[in-house]
Design a protein around this ligand. Structure first.
Ligand code: ZN
Length: 242
């Protein structure tokens, strides 16, 4: 049965609802973290995700920041402002949900984590070198990660010890071969210069991966970001996907 894989919603309810509608009925939802941060709808996104059937949800670095689990003094001014805003907005119920999220979970032949299996909350897998180091940090056939907001598939090429990077085409189904590290891209703040919301459908029986992009009303989200008093940069970047 198909599993919907989402990540980096970043408090963008319009984008989240667009991907949920696009996916249609699924057996389960795996959410790879960063429900909050940047966007205007943190409580609404948490409520929506909590209500999803057969949900597995991981903690991301922005979720950890909202909980006050990290020192934001090293953040830049805008990021610091966003974290402060989030902390005043989040309800006790939302906070409690975020606090219970695990850093890493194994489901069948898949390891789920936000950043990387080596450093679940913080490490960015942005190239084949970092991906290669991470293959020794999980035992399953596959590892699904988010965090970079870039859809990608890293495949272990075995011999010689090297890792192959592929950027899948959206709206096509690919056959995953063990072992691989796969990123579904970001729902609420894509950074690959394609502003459409990104997610994937994984079939654990056939190991197929369908990565999809969905249009949503960006202008409406930009208005809410500005109305909330959040940095304009968070709004501007959504239009171009960076
Ligand atoms: Zn993120």
């Amino acid at each position: 049965m198909p599993v919907m894989v989402i990540s980096d919603i970043h408090a963008n309810l319009t984008a989240l609802d667009a991907v949920l509608e696009d996916a249609g009925p699924v057996d389960a939802v795996w959410c790879l973290g960063d429900l909050v941060g940047y966007g205007p709808d943190p409580n609404e996104c948490i409520a929506r995700v909590r209500g999803l059937r057969n949900l597995i949800c991981l903690v991301g670095n922005h979720d950890a920041a909202a909980l006050g689990e990290i020192d934001v003094e090293t953040f830049n001014t805008e990021a610091k402002l966003s974290v402060k805003w989030m902390q005043t907005e989040l309800t006790a119920e939302s906070m409690a949900f975020l606090r219970d999220l695990p850093e890493r979970i194994v489901v069948g032949q898949v390891t789920l984590t936000h950043g990387s299996p080596r450093n679940p909350v913080w490490e960015y897998i942005l190239d084949t070198r970092v991906a290669r180091y991470n293959f020794s940090h999980f035992d399953t056939d596959f590892c699904f990660v988010g965090h970079t907001h870039l859809p990608v598939v890293y495949t272990d090429a075995h011999s010689p010890a090297s890792v192959h990077l592929a950027i899948p085409k959206s709206e096509t189904r690919i056959q995953l071969t063990p072992r691989a590290i796969i990123n579904p891209g970001s729902v609420g703040q894509p950074r690959d210069r394609d502003p459409r919301a990104s997610y994937a459908i994984f079939d654990p029986e056939t190991n197929t991966w369908s990565y999809r992009r969905v249009n949503y009303d960006v202008a409406q989200v930009q208005k809410r970001i500005l109305a909330a008093g959040l940095p304009a940069r968070h709004a501007i970047r959504l239009a171009e996907g960076w």
